[in-house]
Design a protein around this ligand. Structure first.
Ligand code: ZN
Ligand code: MN
Length: 254
């Protein structure tokens, strides 16, 4: 039994932890989405859960099971919906899932919930779910909810080190150096380093069009090269993410 993963605790132990410690509970959110030939479909959820686990371990928190299906993949940040395996939910479904989670965690007596997003497209729907959940609870509720995209906790100095030739931005950083390096750190057995290609950076126009055009997106599904990914970069980023997220959790819930 690991005392950090909520789903490994009995309800008796969980209740005792909540009542005694008022721990922050982390809710990782991911997606089931293509991540090129070298990373697994579950990368976004695996990474949000891993950074949540490391952060929770630093602050005495718990990690709830990951919401593993995300909002629809967009060509400019996830490759789009046309890839086999990319399995997404409607915005209303994601909003409702988060709203339900907020209500349920509040019912357990929680005061601190941290929604840790690992999929670029989820962001505003998580916000909406939190907002509706808190509205359901009403103004007397003691639950506070923090929402974050884990990559925002990387410093500019770290990004400069990880991308010596220039940082392409978080949208294009899909199945590329950040995610691949973090996966090499957390789940090395799930990375096919032999299949990392030298993909050119995708060049998108400054608009979207629907139905989406598949020919905007590289066939590999990788939006900018994953070459240059290393386990050292992954370890550096993982350490920084946990440290800075832990500090933010301490500040936010003071
Ligand atoms: Zn991803
Ligand atoms: Mn994603």
């Amino acid at each position: 039994m690991n005392p950090v993963w909520m789903n490994q605790l009995s309800w008796i132990d969980y209740e005792a932890r909540i009542q005694r410690d008022q721990p922050p509970v982390f809710l990782p959110v991911g997606a089931l989405e293509q991540h090129g030939p070298h990373l697994p479909l579950g990368t976004d959820g695996l990474l949000s859960a891993a950074v949540s686990f490391d952060t929770a371990s630093l602050v005495g928190g718990l990690v709830a099971p990951t919401l593993s299906y995300g909002y629809k993949s967009q060509p400019k940040c996830g490759g789009g919906q046309h890839f086999c395996g990319t399995t997404s939910v409607d915005a209303a479904t994601l909003i409702a899932s988060v709203r339900d989670a907020v209500r349920e965690f509040a019912r357990h007596g929680l005061s601190k919930l941290v929604v840790v997003n690992g999929h670029y497209e989820n962001q505003w729907f998580l916000t909406e779910g939190i907002d509706l959940g808190l509205r359901d609870l009403g103004p007397g509720a003691k639950l506070q909810v923090m929402r974050l995209e884990y990559w925002d906790f990387l410093t500019e100095a770290t990004l400069a080190h990880v991308f010596p030739n220039g940082f392409p931005g978080f949208a294009l950083e899909h199945a590329a150096v950040i995610e691949t390096s973090l996966m090499l750190h957390y789940h090395p057995n799930l990375v096919r380093t032999d299949l990392i290609g030298d993909d050119p950076t995708a060049d998108f126009p400054p608009y979207d069009i629907y139905p989406t055009k598949k020919n905007w997106v590289p066939l590999s599904g990788v939006l900018t090269s994953a070459k240059g990914s290393t386990v050292e970069k992954g370890a550096l980023m993982a350490h920084q993410l946990a440290q800075r997220m832990a500090a933010a959790v301490g500040d936010a819930f003071k």
